[in-house]
Design a protein around this ligand. Structure first.
Ligand code: SAH
Ligand code: MG
Length: 206
């Protein structure tokens, strides 16, 4: 187990990412510092943020961490992945931002990570900086996955990497949104698949 994975398990950082998937994010994010900054959609409590952020810290790069922190459909009250400790009773909604900030500080990444507390679609609208790597792990509906993959992949610099989580080829394994969106980016051209670790796929832009 790497020091990074040890940090995550010892501090019980909540999240939805396998150890080897996190390590792959860490590895690839270190290779793109010369290409451009790194951006993730869907930070939740900061698990993927720590892997990507640590890679950016080492390479003097920056990670933009986009999440409205209101949770995806499956995190809402009564749904499968609801976590009552993240529920704001007064406002009656999920708020993962306090937990996210705690994780980023604990990991020593306050000077590396720029939290963007907003929807993906609002953030991408005027985004102009060519990116070195985009990690898509936000809303998993077919429409949201497609919007995120297509719109954000267009913001990558040549040589940049698109990583997409929760790719399930068969419907019985999980939702098809991310898988179909990943296939669409490849079909549109200009991207080549370079790796896959469990449900985490990597494409490189020509
Ligand atoms: N990458 C995280 C898990 C992300 S869970 C980890 O490593 O554990 C999905 C996250 O996407 C949730 O926190 C949810 O609030 C966020 N999300 C869902 N739809 C979104 C959207 N349209 N814009 C921004 N964030 C979104
Ligand atoms: Mg995921």
């Amino acid at each position: 187990m790497s020091a990074l994975s040890k940090f995550i398990s010892e501090n019980t950082i909540k999240g939805f990412l396998a150890e080897d998937e996190g390590e792959a994010l860490f590895r690839y994010a270190q290779t793109i510092a010369e290409v451009g900054p790194c951006l993730e959609i869907g930070s939740y409590c900061g698990k993927s943020t720590v892997y990507l952020g640590e890679a950016c810290k080492i390479t003097h790069n920056t990670l933009y961490a986009v999440d409205h922190h209101r949770g995806s459909e499956e995190h809402q009250l009564g749904e499968e992945y609801h976590d009552s400790s993240l529920y704001d009773d007064d406002r009656q909604c999920i708020d993962s931002f306090p937990e996210f900030r705690k994780t980023v500080k604990l990991a020593g990444l306050d000077d590396t990570v720029v939290p963007v507390v907003a929807t993906s679609i609002l953030t991408v609208k005027h985004w102009a900086t060519p990116l070195g790597m985009v990690f898509v792990d936000g809303g998993h509906s077919p429409q949201m996955s497609m919007d995120d993959c297509v719109k954000w992949s267009a913001k990558l610099a040549p040589g940049g990497i698109l990583a997409v989580h929760d790719l399930f080829e068969k419907p019985e394994e999980g939702g098809q949104g991310p898988f179909l969106a990943f296939q669409q980016v490849m079909a549109n051209g200009g991207f080549k698949k370079i790796d896959q670790v469990r449900s985490l796929g990597f494409l490189r832009k020509s």
